[in-house]
Design a protein around this ligand. Structure first.
Ligand code: PHE
Length: 450
């Protein structure tokens, strides 16, 4: 089977694909919104700490297991397990991962659809088609379902082309585009009145809030979500990396790109919010909390763009285009998880697997849209706040305790001649075994008690 598996053609291709998975709505929508409602710089600091101390080591666990097994998560966890019980628990963890990945995609496609609709609305404005523009920006079942389906269609189209022609080619094109757009837009927002107030909130920490249990568990979920951890995405991308590559370096680069883009997006969204405030757009309620926390960028930002005349239309077009691209390079990585499993375990062709699974997930998205008030927030909380860190915990336990140490060390030597002398070699194996699971458990215990 291994010979027919895809592989990334180059280091650049892998970094673009993995960073493309990591960088998404979590960075540009989730992170800045959470930072804005959780004490700005305080959240930023906790997030940075967790990203480096926990998310990077957990990412490495996934990449290393994936590359060793050159297989999907279910099969990979089975391969590194010594006995029947650990094999069964490993397979269950892999299956739970692919269910969670599919559920994440089911809400992600809805939000990404809004992004695309807003992007098109700007074009409709430019063309003077105001009726169309308002249909595109107003919350309705018809708009939501049409754009969810379009977005799922794009995701399905890319994934059916496979690893190199689909994932790698599109990520390598779209990621640089995303970075340029983000930098240009941030530079522009900095020139507007009110931006400096946002910068202050983002950069001056309120330490009292930095240590609250609610903030820490949100930052944990945000860090795991942002690096696409726990659900097998990074494991499967790791399985497409050649044995010649040095994984700790590659993983480090992906983490750096991911964190930098989240931090950069904070420099865009927080100042933009305060520019909006400056222009009379309401962003806080009487209690001083953010209004419409989840939909911040769909209310505040369009209102801001509206105050900027024609320039605003262009900025809006650029911003929502950026969001759509970021979402697409992430959604393909989510769909690849169940698809790879189905191809490898059930011998189905890629095209067929993609079509069946994509349709099922679009069905789940439709159910969420039909019961939006009850399901949307619930699915997000269950998958990202709880399932991802818990599954990440399991993967650290498998890398640290279940997998035979010699085999793990041998994997670390691949593509890295002087591995034994590196800091990674000295610290990571013990760290992923003890420190990572303990931090995750401690944060959970604290949030349950707190
Ligand atoms: N990391 C992506 C983001 O920040 C979300 C994601 C989660 C992607 C899980 C794949 C798997 O938007």
């Amino acid at each position: 089977m291994a010979s027919s598996r895809g592989e990334f053609s180059s280091r650049f291709g892998f970094i673009m694909a993995a960073a493309g998975s990591a960088v998404g709505l979590g960075n540009i929508w989730g992170f800045p919104t959470q930072a804005a409602s959780n004490g700005g710089a305080a959240f930023l600091l906790v997030y940075l700490f967790l990203a480096f101390s926990l998310a990077y080591p957990a990412l490495m666990a996934e990449l290393i297991i994936g590359r060793h097994a050159h297989a999907n998560a279910v099969n990979a966890l089975r391969q590194i397990s010594p006995g029947p019980v650990s094999k069964r628990i490993g397979a269950t963890t892999g299956i739970a991962g692919f269910i969670v990945a599919s559920l994440i995609l089911s809400f992600y496609a809805i939000v990404a659809g809004w992004m695309m609709a807003h992007c098109l609305a700007s074009l409709a404005h430019l063309a003077g088609m105001e009726d169309l523009a308002s249909w595109l920006t107003e919350f309705s079942f018809s708009r939501n379902i049409v754009f969810m389906l379009i977005f799922m269609g794009l995701t399905i189209g890319i994934i059916s082309e496979g690893v190199q022609a689909g994932i790698e080619r599109w990520s390598s094109r779209l990621m640089p585009m995303l970075l340029i757009t983000l930098v240009v837009l941030t530079g522009y927002v900095f020139t507007l009145d009110g931006a400096s107030d946002g910068l202050r909130v983002y950069l001056l920490p309120d330490f009292e809030r930095a240590l609250s249990p609610k903030l820490i568990i949100s930052a944990l979920g945000a860090a795991f979500f942002s690096l696409s951890l726990g659900v097998g995405t990074m494991l499967i991308y790791g399985s497409y990396v050649s044995d010649k590559e040095n994984l700790p370096t590659l993983g480090g680069m992906v983490t750096l790109v991911d964190i930098s883009i989240a931090v950069l997006a904070g420099f865009l969204v927080l100042p933009a919010m305060y520019v909006a405030l400056h222009n009379g757009v309401e962003i806080f309620n009487e209690a001083g909390a953010l209004i419409s926390e989840d939909t911040l960028i769909f209310t505040v930002l369009p209102a801001l763009f509206d105050t900027m005349g024609v320039a605003g239309v262009v900025v809006s077009l650029t911003f929502f285009f950026l969001m759509s691209i970021a979402a697409l390079t992430s959604s393909i990585s989510m769909l690849e998880v169940p698809v790879a499993y189905t191809i490898e375990e059930h011998g189905v062709t890629r095209k067929k697997a993609v079509l069946i699974i994509g349709t099922l997930i679009a069905g789940v998205s439709t159910v969420i849209l039909l019961n939006f008030g009850q399901l949307f927030g619930l699915v997000i909380a269950v998958t990202t706040r709880y399932s991802q860190p818990l599954l990440g915990f399991m993967l650290c336990v498998y890398a640290g305790w279940i997998w035979h140490r010699d085999s793990l060390l041998q994997e670390l030597r691949k593509g890295n001649a002087g591995a034994e002398h590196s800091l990674f070699w000295k610290i990571w194996p013990g760290y992923v075994r003890v420190v990572c699971p303990l931090i995750i458990l401690a944060i959970f215990a604290q949030s349950l008690l707190g």
